[in-house]
Design a protein around this ligand. Structure first.
Ligand code: ZN
Length: 164
């Protein structure tokens, strides 16, 4: 599906950033409740980053006609929209899980904007989509660095003691 207007592109970008900002705040809150303050702080930082991005997009797209999107973006809700399932995900989530969910979402966003840049016939949409893709690529790189520095939550004791 090629995007035909900057309004359409903004509508997608706003949905992506809004979802990201909300999820990062949620992750930060969860990790704080668990006492994982270091990773919580990283999610607060990501949330601020996405909120600033969202703010900029809202200012730039003010006055544009934004189409309503058919399918809203959801990071955790795919196939399981119930609160119970969501709470289970949160209960079982480690720092690395949270980062992995964020990484997958940022990669999806990057791929979306790259595809938009590739497929559109509109030069303005293409330029803007390229900007957005490179911003998402920065987020991907940042989260990859965070993942590298976050130790695995589970220690394989059997392997550690040579029983594997
Ligand atoms: Zn992002």
């Amino acid at each position: 599906m090629a995007l035909a207007s900057t309004g359409e592109l903004y509508a997608h970008a706003l949905a992506v950033e809004r979802e990201a900002a909300e999820r990062y705040v949620e992750f930060a809150q969860y990790l704080e409740d668990q006492g994982n303050y270091a990773v919580a702080a990283l999610f607060r930082m990501l949330a601020r980053l996405e909120a600033q991005h969202l703010d900029r997009l809202e200012r730039r797209s003010a006055g544009l006609e934004l189409p309503k999107l058919e399918s809203p973006y959801g990071w955790l809700s795919e196939g399981a929209p119930e609160t119970a399932a969501r709470e289970l995900v949160f209960r079982l989530m480690t720092q690395r899980d949270a980062l992995a969910i964020a990484l997958a979402a940022e990669k999806r966003a990057q791929a979306f904007f790259e595809r938009a840049a590739r497929t559109t016939k509109d030069a303005a949409v293409r330029a803007l989509a390229k900007d957005m893709a490179s911003e998402e690529a920065d987020h991907v790189a940042l989260i990859e660095r965070m993942l590298e520095r976050t130790p695995a939550a589970e220690v394989d004791w059997a392997a550690a003691f040579g029983e594997a």
